[in-house]
Design a protein around this ligand. Structure first.
Ligand code: FEO
Length: 394
């Protein structure tokens, strides 16, 4: 992998992973990703900021050799997850670096990868380390998205290294974002999948970064920002309390009954001026659903009952929506049943972390009849009314 200049004293020496299609055996990566690692050269000491995924380790090691590096004084582990800490062992073995972590990072790095406690040095929030002519400051920023996260700031070059925060799973040969319209969707997908569960933390760090006002934001995935306002403004919108007059309907249907209900509800909502996004979950990408949930006022889960409860796919989807903690205002369920089951209770229990008001679900015995369709019209009317009356829904 090629070496690229970020600023006067910083080089990008990471890896672009064009082919990766799944993260954590869960998150689809339609655009690949990158693992960004940065080498900082001071007049007296040098520093590596974050390592890279073990699958691409050789690229990092070769880049360091290409640079003629013989020893590394410090390697900063901004976060212990293996896509950033997974090459620490080899870096220590070949270059003898001291691992700089915060207290929680010490715990994660030493438990996730083969690093001993005595190979780490704990840094505090606001602590500075001198590399001779360069000064590096640490900003502890937990919960975006692990408890161990911190940012590292190189003062003279005015570069803030934010690890996962403000990143994107996006493989590109461009070092800096030159067209945010190209990156907007991957960045939003990344926010929805990784940062949305920690939106309040994310919100407070937006203000911290704005206050610091760095010239460059250098995350550990995706391209860098030499105009950080672009991504900060996007995050400000995504963490906002304001939701759109929109209903997201993830669903499955075994024999067409639930599908008919979902389609009827969709038409009825559209007739009432409400935007709708449908996701047939046996073929939909969960990242697309996560993105839709960022700003939708209402979530309606569509599921048939099977084996006495919700369809297992929708059980999973509701669990996932709950874990992502979108700022959903209203929630409902529509679906069909053959002879009964506990679907409504199950799905309500599964979505308890959402602070959403439950609007009375509509279920149909078998294929929906006219009475069921009327109930769906009533549900659409209630949703439209709730949206209209809520000042945070626009
Ligand atoms: Fe990119 Fe949380 O690791």
């Amino acid at each position: 992998m090629t070496i690229r200049k970020v600023s006067e004293n910083v080089k990008w020496i990471g890896s672009i992973d064009w082919d990766r299609r799944l993260f954590d055996e869960l998150i689809p990566l339609p655009d690949g990703t990158s693992y960004n690692s940065y080498f900082v050269e001071g007049s007296e000491k040098n520093m590596l900021i974050d390592t890279i995924d073990p699958t691409k380790r050789d690229e990092l090691m070769n880049n360091l050799r290409k640079l003629g590096v013989k020893t590394i004084d410090y390697v900063v582990a901004n976060h212990g997850e293996q896509d950033h800490s997974g090459s620490l062992r080899q870096i220590i073995d070949e270059f003898g670096a001291e691992v700089l972590v915060n207290e929680r990072g010490k715990d994660t790095t030493t438990s996730m990868v083969e690093v001993d406690s005595d190979e780490t040095r704990v840094v505090e929030d606001g602590e500075e380390i001198s590399l001779g002519d360069l000064d590096v400051e640490f900003m502890i920023a937990p919960w975006v998205h692990w408890p161990d996260t911190m940012f590292t700031y190189l003062k003279q070059d005015d570069v803030l290294f934010t690890c996962d925060y403000l990143g994107a799973h996006y493989a590109t040969s461009k070092l800096f974002v030159d067209d945010f319209e190209e990156l907007r969707k991957p960045a939003k997908r990344y926010f929805a999948e990784i940062m949305m569960p920690f939106a309040s933390k994310s919100k407070s760090y937006i203000e911290d970064v704005r206050e610091l006002d760095p010239e460059i934001v250098a995350p550990s995935h995706g391209p860098l920002y030499d105009d950080p306002k672009i991504i900060l403004d996007a995050y400000s919108r995504w963490v906002n309390e304001e939701m759109k007059n929109k209903v997201v309907i993830p669903y499955v249907s075994m024999h067409g009954s639930t599908e008919k209900m979902v389609e009827y509800l969709t038409d009825s909502l559209i007739d009432k001026g409400v935007e709708v996004e449908l996701f047939h979950m046996t073929s939909s990408d969960i990242g697309e659903l996560a993105m839709a949930l960022v700003d939708a006022a209402t979530l309606v889960v569509g599921s048939p009952m099977v084996l006495g409860g919700a369809h297992p796919v929708m059980f999973y989807v509701s669990y996932l929506a709950n874990a992502l903690k979108p700022n959903t205002k209203y929630l409902s369920v529509v679906g069909s049943f053959g002879w009964g089951g506990r679907m409504i209770n199950q799905l309500s229990d599964n979505t308890k972390a959402l602070s959403a008001e439950l609007i009375e679900p509509v279920t149909s015995k078998g294929y929906p009849d006219n009475e069921d369709l009327e109930s769906l019209d009533e549900l659409a009317q209630k949703i439209a009314q709730k949206h209209e009356n809520n000042e945070n829904v626009t």
